[in-house]
Design a protein around this ligand. Structure first.
Ligand code: S5P
Length: 470
């Protein structure tokens, strides 16, 4: 059956309804899609599952998973017709037996395609994705019969999933309008409703509380890395999760800034190759300030070359990074061999690594897969890796810390693609451990005062995430 005929059939069966309906969110909607009715019409179920199969038949996956309840019949139908194993995500936790949240037979690392009937805000889909990814399954594709065009698809895409739907609501409306099933008024009203009721990513995140509530002391217990422990001790004793990114270009400016922000930070981050008059005296002075104010020196060198070169960049004069940096960043675009190479310098007992897993720019190439692989590398090398630089929700791994740049008291961006989020959003919604702030501090009139302000906001947001402060 073709897509147009199927829409007309769904309309006749009362699956697509127009009128006035109150949605789960409390919103009053001029249309309602009730795919649960389809279980009463096996032939229609078959036609829908054929359309869904067209979307996924070429994809690489091991399991089908329907979001309960409406999509369970759909995933069952596809599973039987195309001999694809199915898994089922429970809606409620079992009181007895295994307490498993996902039923079926699967191995960690296998791929699942998740199917829902309708995507509106994306929230029920995300809830399902979180549960099945926690089981170690990987999800790249998300499938639906209808995209209600209210923001859910872009929310899911922002999280790195590829979303495919048989219809958008607009396509359905066009078919029904063309076939005189809905009048001009309903047609316009429905389009207007969609347009005016967008449920954005940020609004959605604010409604959810899925961030791992990891405290600094929990991370300290879970890490075997001595540099991570040192950093956590500083964070806890100074009550600051602020890293100042000191991106200034002369020795004088850098030392002045370090002196001003020193009392309020846990780390001072440098791009030492951008300091025009760099010399070894600068390092002596920075070291002394780091002792005076108790912060770590973090050289954001982002090694990215083949191991043989990264090793030289780490140890060679004139910068001699390995001799003074407590922490350095490394890209793993060249693979985990970059870490092996840095390890072979035998300098990593005094310099910890932070893996850049994801970047903050709007056009970053660090895809979801890249970030996942980078995290795996960081996990594998936890003895020398302190954590990751990332933007998304904090990984649940308590042995690694998450460092997040692109933070300002006011969200926004710069002229070169940098994207800023607020400390509150980063700590409370994404569960990050340390915020990295550059221009928000050193371009302000009074960097000392500003860093004190960031320190206070950051600490408060951290406590709020733990439920220790309103
Ligand atoms: O994805 C990233 C990773 C890093 S480490 N995006 C970033 O902006 N950074 C660094 O954080 C960047 O090199 C700069 O030093 C700092 C952000 O500075 P700001 O002035 O935009 O706060």
């Amino acid at each position: 059956m073709d897509k147009e005929k199927l829409v007309l059939q769904l309309f006749d069966l009362g699956v697509l309804q127009f009128g006035q309906f109150t949605l789960k969110s409390g919103l009053s909607s001029p249309f309602y899609l009730d795919f649960r009715r389809v279980v009463a019409y096996p032939e229609t179920l078959k036609h829908i599952s054929d359309q869904l199969w067209e979307l996924i038949k070429e994809l690489d996956f091991d399991h089908l998973c329907g979001v309960p309840y409406a999509a369970l019949s759909l995933s069952s139908a596809i599973s039987m017709r195309h001999n694809k194993p199915m898994i089922v995500k429970r809606k409620e936790v079992k009181k007895h037996g295994t307490k498993k949240m996902v039923e079926g037979i699967y191995e960690e690392g296998e791929k699942a395609v998740v199917i829902d009937d309708v995507i509106s805000s994306g929230i029920s889909m995300i809830e399902t994705l979180e549960v099945i990814e926690d089981e170690g399954l990987e999800v790249d594709y998300v499938i639906a019969i209808v995209d209600r065009m209210q923001g859910g698809v872009s929310t899911l895409e922002k999280q790195g999933y590829e979303v495919k739907s048989v219809y958008t609501i607009e396509e359905i409306l066009n078919i029904l309008h063309k076939n005189n099933k809905v009048d001009d008024h309903t047609y316009k009203l429905t389009l207007e409703f969609i347009h005016n009721n967008q449920i954005g990513y940020d609004k959605l995140r604010l409604q959810r509380n899925v961030v791992p509530k990891l405290s600094y002391s929990t991370i300290k217990i879970n890490t075997a890395n001595e540099i991570t422990k040192r950093l956590l001790t500083i964070i806890e004793s100074k009550q600051t999760n602020l890293c100042c990114s000191a991106d200034v270009n002369t020795k004088k400016e850098l030392l002045e800034l370090a002196e001003q922000v020193g009392p309020y930070i846990c780390m001072l981050k440098t791009h030492i190759d951008t300091v025009a008059d760099f010399d070894s005296e600068l390092i002596v002075k920075l070291k002394s300030l780091s002792q005076k104010y108790n912060f770590l020196l973090f050289e954001d060198r982002k090694f990215a070359d083949i191991g043989h070169i990264a090793k030289q960049q780490f140890t060679s004069a004139p910068l001699n990074i390995a001799d003074w940096a407590d922490i350095v960043t490394v890209h793993v675009v060249a693979g985990s061999s970059s870490i092996d190479a840095l390890r072979s310098t035998e300098q990593l007992d005094t310099t910890g690594l932070i893996v850049v897993a994801q970047m903050s720019t709007e056009d970053t190439l660090t895809s979801r897969d890249y970030t996942k692989e980078a995290l795996k590398i960081a996990q594998k090398h936890q003895d020398v890796v302190v954590g990751i630089v990332g933007q998304n929700k904090r990984p649940r791994d308590a042995g690694l810390m998450m460092f997040t740049p692109g933070i300002k008291l006011e969200a926004g961006g710069d002229a070169h693609g940098q994207v800023y989020n607020t400390p509150q959003e980063a700590f409370e919604m994404r569960g990050i451990d340390v915020m990295i702030v550059g221009r928000g501090i050193y371009q302000s009139e009074n960097p000392a005062k500003k860093s004190a302000e960031y320190k206070q906001v950051g600490w408060k947001s951290y406590l709020k995430r733990l439920g220790l402060e309103e």
